[in-house]
Write a protein that binds this ligand. Structure first.
Ligand SMILES: Nc1ncnc2c1ncn2[C@@H]1O[C@H](COP(=O)(O)OP(=O)(O)OP(=O)(O)O)[C@@H](O)[C@H]1O
Length: 600
């Protein structure tokens, strides 16, 4: 039976909550797999650079107060030394700041690589990409999550990294300095101010996270629409569908832009909050300094000493407030990061959920996948048959109407099977079950089977790579070359459609899309070239000759028979019967009949 797509999880509105924290930590495990990983070392370098930068910044921050001192006491030598020191510090500061930025950029690339590769591993393992894209509808646009959301997440996180990493140190240090300058009054009022700012920001940020998640979904939908038109440009042009598709694409764009506008209005309030916090903070620092001055604490200082002290204290308090303001300013970035965290986290959870694990919790590799897909069925291979089907019922996803009821079938070597039936009767669905795309416990499949689907599959690359796309063929091609048995080499087979001339050789890289440049007949010939190259024991052909003439079809089947292949074919032509010994007719509503073809 097919895997039905689960209903969307209830209460799934993304927020800055515990679930965000869990997902964020889960992603951090991927970004920092161990303490000695490259990313951890880069992060440590960033911490050292940022700490050094803060030390220099502190020295640079004291320069104005020192100038007040040397200028107030007309100390020329002191002035020269201070100017020299200032230039050195400023040069050092500029270098460190740039290096800090550079390390953040490197971290961004490295994080993106690790996170994307991790998701790719889960996505391409077994047939997860098929199940996720075709059978499940609870995770929208997985392609966009892997490509765009991961990119933005890593960029935003790296832009926050150096500020976040340094903040505990600067907060402690400047709190101490502030306490020395203003006693408890400075730190307490600044901390109270920060807590107030955080509470207000938290309230303003929550709706932004949910809106951002929605915006990314619509962004994915919009891009998908363009991809749909790109892939189906020719049929769309035949249908003169430009006008309608233009309207539909614009409609998706409008929905996206409306959400972006909503997001911006929500961000406006957050921006107002952040800016208010920033500017009120600068006044707060002078209020904190003014209180001891007006209460006579510094009554015995000269005006030059007092202005030097005010300048120093103002720097310390301002810097402490600045540390907090920077944290508050990170709110917009944090809300973006939270939105992307939810989207990536949700995808990761689904992918992990779909990757079967062994009993000790390890992920199964490709070779074990087929054995596990029977959801607990004994992992045995049919010894003397390619396919063993026992009382199988097949339903289309999200449907309770059976396509096939109680089908039992055993296909052994030399027992070719032809599957026929009306449109939508479930012929391809049966192949999906046999191919393991739709999980079914009552089906056992042997190795050495090659499927040629109704829509041929081509990848990017050379012509030879189209014939032999996978790294490991089901059965290794024989040493003497596939075509020798029949007098036809792969090259000759491909040449029939003059493809070799067009591609200027079998190994010439081409940048075109094979689906755009090949006719359906050429695609089917090329698929057969692949079949004859790989020479599996069993070939499952889903209307694989529908675009070819009966003569060519017979020729291809004859070559296959000479190569010793057993066919499981879906097709409508009676001419196909002579290459098969059994016919399975799907009669609709789950009914079927199996008959043996009489040899004339
Ligand atoms: N991913 C899917 N989600 C929902 N329904 C599906 C899905 N795939 C197939 N179906 C439905 O299952 C039914 C059987 O589809 P199937 O592709 O097996 O038909 P078929 O017999 O191969 O038809 P044809 O002769 O046109 O190729 C159809 O009604 C189809 O709409």
């Amino acid at each position: 039976m097919a895997i039905p797509g689960p209903a969307p999880r209830p209460g799934g509105r993304p927020r800055l909550d515990l679930q965000f924290l869990q997902r964020f930590l889960q992603i951090q495990k991927v970004l920092f797999p161990s303490w000695s990983s490259q990313n951890a070392l880069m992060f440590l370098t960033l911490l050292c650079v940022a700490l050094l930068e803060q030390l220099v910044i502190y020295r640079v921050g004291l320069i104005p107060s020192q100038y007040f001192g040397v200028l107030g006491s007309k100390d020329l030598n002191g002035f020269k030394t201070l100017t020299f020191l200032s230039v050195v510090l400023i040069v050092l500061n500029s270098v460190l700041k740039s290096f800090d930025q550079f390390t953040c950029n490197l971290l961004y690339v490295s994080w993106r690589k690790d996170l994307t590769e991790h998701l790719h591993r889960l996505y391409f393992r077994g047939r997860v990409y098929y199940t996720l894209n075709v059978l499940r509808d609870d995770v929208d646009n997985p392609d966009q999550r892997i490509s765009q959301d991961v990119e933005r997440f890593c960029r935003q996180l790296s832009s926050m990294a150096s500020k976040l990493i340094i903040s505990p140190f600067t907060l402690v240090y400047y709190t101490y300095q502030c306490f020395r300058s203003t006693s408890w009054l400075g730190p307490v009022s600044i901390f109270g101010y920060f807590i107030l700012g955080t509470v207000v920001n938290r309230v303003l940020m929550s709706p932004i996270v949910a809106k951002l998640v929605q915006q990314e979904k619509l962004e994915g939908d919009f891009r998908f629409k363009h991809m749909q038109i790109r892939v189906n440009a020719e049929p769309a042009a035949f249908f003169r569908a430009g006008h309608v598709e233009h309207m539909r694409t614009d409609r998706r764009l409008q929905r996206l832009l409306q959400t972006q506008r909503d997001l911006m209005s929500k961000e406006l309030w957050l921006c107002i909050g952040i800016n208010m916090f920033d500017y009120l903070g600068s006044i707060l620092s002078y209020i904190v300094i003014a209180i001891p001055i007006f209460s006579g604490v510094y009554g015995d200082l000269s005006p030059a000493e007092l202005s030097s002290l005010v300048s120093k204290n103002a720097f310390v308090c301002l810097y402490l407030i600045n540390c907090f303001s920077q944290l508050i300013e990170l709110s917009t970035t944090l809300s973006d990061v939270a939105g992307y965290t939810h989207r990536i986290g949700e995808l990761q959870e689904t992918l992990l959920d779909m990757n079967p694990k062994s009993q000790d919790g390890e992920f199964l590799d490709e070779s074990q996948w087929d054995l596990a897909r029977g959801l607990g069925a004994p992992a045995t291979e049919p010894a003397d048959a390619a396919f063993l089907v026992e009382r199988v019922c097949i339903y289309a996803p999200s449907s309770h109407r059976p396509l096939i009821k109680d089908l039992s079938l055993k296909i052994s070597e030399g027992q070719s099977l032809l599957i026929t039936g009306d449109t939508g009767a479930g012929k391809t669905s049966l192949l999906r079950v046999l191919g393991g795309l739709w999980a079914n416990a009552q089906t056992k499949v042997s190795v050495g089977v090659l499927f040629l689907p109704q829509k041929p599959f081509f990848t990017d690359g050379t012509l030879r790579e189209q014939v032999s796309p996978g790294p490991t063929p089901p059965t290794p091609p024989p040493q003497h070359g596939p075509g020798r048995v029949t007098g036809l080499s792969t090259r000759e087979l491909v040449q029939q459609s003059s493809l070799v001339a067009r591609t200027k050789g079998l190994d010439q890289q081409v940048d075109w899309n094979w689906y755009d440049v090949l006719s359906p007949g050429e695609m089917q010939r090329l698929s057969f070239a692949r079949l004859f190259y790989l020479q599996p024991k069993y070939a499952v052909l889903d209307e694989a000759t529908s675009a070819l003439t009966e003569e060519v079809e017979s020729e291809l089947y004859r070559i296959g028979q000479q190569l010793g292949m057993t066919f499981i074919s879906v097709g409508h032509r009676r001419s196909l019967e002579k290459f098969h010994s059994l016919v399975l007719r799907l009669c609709g509503d789950g009914r079927w009949e199996l008959t043996r073809i009489k040899v004339e």
